[in-house]
Design a protein around this ligand. Sequence first.
Ligand SMILES: NC(=O)c1ccc[n+]([C@@H]2O[C@H](COP(=O)([O-])OP(=O)(O)OC[C@H]3O[C@@H](n4cnc5c(N)ncnc54)[C@H](O)[C@@H]3O)[C@@H](O)[C@H]2O)c1
Length: 337
Amino acid sequence: MDLSVTSVLYLGALLYVVVQLVRFIRADSDFTMLWAVAFGYKPEKRLRGKVVWITGASSGIGEELAYQLSRLGARLILSSRREDELERVKGCCLSYSSLQEEDILVLPLDLLERASHEAKVKTAIAHFGNIDILINNGGRSQRSLCLETSVDVYQALMDINFLGTVSLTQQVLPYMTQRGTGAVVTVSSVAGLVGVPLSTGYAASKHALQGFFNSLRTEMTDYPGITISTVCPGPVQSQIVHNAFTEQLGRPMLAAADQQHKMPTSRCARLILVGMANQIKEMWIAHQPFLIFFYLWQYTPTLAWALTDMLGRRRVQNFKAGLDADSAYFSKPKKTY
Ligand SMILES: NC(=O)c1ccc[n+]([C@@H]2O[C@H](COP(=O)([O-])OP(=O)(O)OC[C@H]3O[C@@H](n4cnc5c(N)ncnc54)[C@H](O)[C@@H]3O)[C@@H](O)[C@H]2O)c1
């Protein structure tokens, strides 16, 4: 076959586009993250020995971050409300790693109790002398329709997810500015960037975090050694739905939803660590088809709204019918009660 140089170039370009397309379809994070995974610094090199404070360390993503960081040799401050659960996580960290008892501080903390945050930070500093990285991970979600939701639920979501996180960050940051180095990594959500039906208050609280940290990042430009990062995961396996607020405070979710379609917690935690090691400022972490939504919302909002309305309507209808709204996009919906 006689192929001209131009045809070879065209074929090469086509092959390149196909390879990139396949990579994108199989991707589980944004392009910067993909680059960091392939060519960036490894967490093993960058995070060993660091003092890392994780809020919401008693379950889900925070618990998994604690395990992976302990294996890397990072020293840990573990916080959430339940001390016994934190001691369990600490015990596992010690057995998975070569860390010593004093390398992990269990520091119970309620994001709602903002008046206690200053003293908690002082306790952490007294133990380790400094905090290298604060991971603002603790938070709660929501599964309820706006028209049925008490405003107290909206207040609680803002208090925990937004104000609790802001309060702790404000207490930790001065220690970082004094040293001129540190990182604040905040686990936001896909709901911090896009609209999510049944989670109006949760999405609002995560949008608030995005606005806050995107603005703070620029205020911190006088401190080039300080990194402000936000993490935007799509659905990840954890207790988030089980622990979600419903339409009234104190009314629990009736059943945990199917988690098969969600990203494994370990993969999400690993990607967060890669992002931290490479000081990435915004991390989009999700399987397809969720990842494509991030891009659509960013670049073609009109198309994104049309698609969200189509899929979101089904989610709302399933919820109203008492079906599992979370897995309803992907599998035969299950009754939640
Ligand atoms: N799992 C997901 O699909 C997903 C997706 C996007 C973002 N996120 C975010 O990831 C973070 C971790 O959630 P997860 O999925 O591991 O859920 P999870 O429910 O398993 O863990 C949440 C953690 O936050 C803690 N927490 C809740 N209220 C608190 C309070 N008042 N004070 C202190 N700690 C409190 C819990 O004790 C727990 O340790 C949250 O900020 C969540 O919004 C989760």
